[in-house]
Design a protein around this ligand. Structure first.
Ligand code: FES
Ligand code: FES
Length: 175
């Protein structure tokens, strides 16, 4: 009886796919990066560009901590393959303030003490920016419903909703 073939044997050797070069406009700056095809947008930001504002909570699309704006729409960056978004514009929490002037959502989160540990906060704020740009939230219940993809394990929800309400007023309902 012949021995089972080893996964390391020549017949099963596989070669790694080559890295791909992509260009993204990140917070207004064009960045060309070479990444493995399976690299998520979240890992590209955090591991390749040292932009650690976007957080990795579940890495499965369930918590919203990694939310960024992609061509103006909110996405969970942990489920977004970077190479599929070549040429896109990305806005992260690092890109919301204008110089020393905080984004109205950032100011509102401070005003309403809308965080405890702060781990979910970058995702909450980016998601809220997308929500306001969508223009679909008319009531507090709408805010709750349309922000339901962003989990806060500290339970800061009442303050988060109040902050978003304030920012919506300050921004006239759109970014
Ligand atoms: S880390 Fe992306 S949704 Fe949780
Ligand atoms: S403030 Fe801690 S998870 Fe939201």
């Amino acid at each position: 009886m012949s021995p089972p073939s080893s996964p390391q044997s020549g017949a099963h050797a596989t070669s790694k796919p080559a890295p791909l070069s992509i260009t993204l406009k990140i917070n207004g700056e064009s960045r060309t990066i070479s990444v493995a095809p399976w690299t998520t947008l979240l890992d590209l930001l955090r591991n390749h560009l040292d932009m650690t504002g976007s957080k990795k909570g579940c890495d499965h699309g369930q918590c919203g901590a990694c939310t960024v704006l992609l061509d103006g729409r909110r996405v969970v960056s942990c489920l977004t393959f970077a190479v599929m978004k070549d040429g896109s514009e990305v806005t992260t929490i690092e890109g919301l303030a204008k110089g020393d002037a905080l984004h109205p959502l950032q100011q509102a989160f401070i005003d309403h003490d809308a965080f405890q540990c702060g781990y979910c906060t970058p995702g909450q704020i980016c998601s809220a920016a997308g929500l306001i740009a969508e223009g679909r939230a008319k009531t507090v219940d709408d805010i709750r419903e349309l922000m339901s993809g962003n989990i806060c394990r500290c339970g800061a929800y009442p303050n988060i909703v109040a902050a978003i309400e304030q920012a919506m007023g300050a921004m006239g309902g759109s970014r």
